[in-house]
Design a binder for this molecule. Structure first.
Ligand SMILES: Nc1ncnc2c1ncn2[C@@H]1O[C@H](COP(=O)(O)OP(=O)(O)OP(=O)(O)O)[C@@H](O)[C@H]1O
Length: 299
């Protein structure tokens, strides 16, 4: 049987599939959701919104949008990615045009690297042929078998157009903890010298994070040429979360459960959170990662 959508998709570069971007600042939309719910990430929020708006408004982008998210555990990298999927694609993470790769699930055996390479390449190519507006999410980039990511390089640049499908409309997001310790150090030094957290700039973090990636042989970009050829549109740093950010996460979670903010619950979650460094007790050891599960203990 003929599927009309895929027929249109195969023959036209206009195919937008499930792509329904909803980004603007007023009313519901990604910007509003991030403003309300994303705690403590002024750089990531501004950068992602700016790049995404420009990309989505461009009917013929000259390369795919390629973002690499970096930061300590539980600081919102997966969270922002799932919101992005939700506000770009009907069905969000469950849309058939949103593809999520996790090393443990998809690439568990380093000895199968050649097969993974072949499969990944044909998977990306096949899906981009079906829909130029696809989102590819790669989690835990620092746990991938070495060499795998080099098959993606041709898809991330400006010149990959095949069979009338515009490969340059895709979005690639890469997530890792690489650079997290370095970002934490900058945030700690800022705090120690009484600088506002919001004064920390991308210009100061970007080279530090890029260096950490280039120096990490376990990161998927290692020797892939992706960094060297400047195929990333942005390195997006996530700052470590402080006590008041964790509090924000607790309030988000309670609202999500349809519950009023209860001081005892907020306090109990904060009391059970561990902070570092030892002396200052400033940043949450696992960000907001275990907030949801701990809340249920105190309700
Ligand atoms: N900055 C934040 N603002 C609001 N909520 C957050 C933030 N960071 C984390 N959370 C909450 O904590 C949960 C876990 O965070 P998330 O999975 O995004 O962490 P991560 O940065 O991807 O961590 P990891 O590096 O361990 O994968 C999210 O689903 C979200 O509910």
């Amino acid at each position: 049987t003929w599927d009309l959508t895929s027929l249109r998709c195969n023959f036209g570069s206009f195919c937008e599939c499930d792509f329904r971007p909803d980004l603007p600042g007023e009313g519901p939309g990604l910007e509003c959701d991030l403003a309300q719910h994303l705690a403590g990430q002024h750089l990531a929020k501004a950068l992602v919104l700016k790049l995404l708006k420009a990309f989505v408004q461009d009917p013929a982008p000259n390369k795919p949008l390629v973002l690499s998210l970096h930061g300590w555990t539980g600081t919102g990298k997966s969270y922002i990615s799932s919101l992005l999927a939700q506000y770009l694609f009907r069905g969000g993470l469950r849309s058939p045009h949103v593809h999520h790769f996790s090393p443990i699930i998809h690439f568990p055996h380093p000895s199968h690297i050649e097969r993974y390479k072949k499969d990944l390449k044909s998977w990306v190519q096949g899906n981009l042929t079906a829909c130029g507006r696809s989102l590819f999410l790669f989690d835990e980039m620092d746990k991938l078998p070495p060499g795998l990511m080099e098959v993606l390089r041709p898809f991330l640049g400006p010149s990959w157009v095949v069979y009338g499908t515009n490969y340059r409309k895709a979005i690639f997001i890469f997530i890792s903890n690489t650079g997290g310790e370095q970002i934490n150090q900058v945030a700690l030094e800022a705090w120690r010298s009484r600088r506002e957290r919001e004064e920390i700039s991308l210009q100061e973090l970007e080279p530090i994070v890029s260096r950490a990636v280039l120096d990490n042989p376990h990161h998927g970009f290692w020797r892939s040429g992706i960094m060297e050829e400047r195929l990333l549109d942005a390195v997006v740093p996530f700052l470590p979360l402080q006590r008041h950010h964790v509090r924000h996460c607790v309030l988000n979670e309670l609202a999500q459960l349809g519950l009023e903010a209860q001081d005892e619950v907020v306090q109990a979650v904060l009391d059970s959170t561990t902070f570092f460094p030892e002396d200052e007790q400033l940043f949450s050891s696992n960000g907001c990662k275990t907030v949801a599960s701990r809340i249920t203990l105190f309700l």
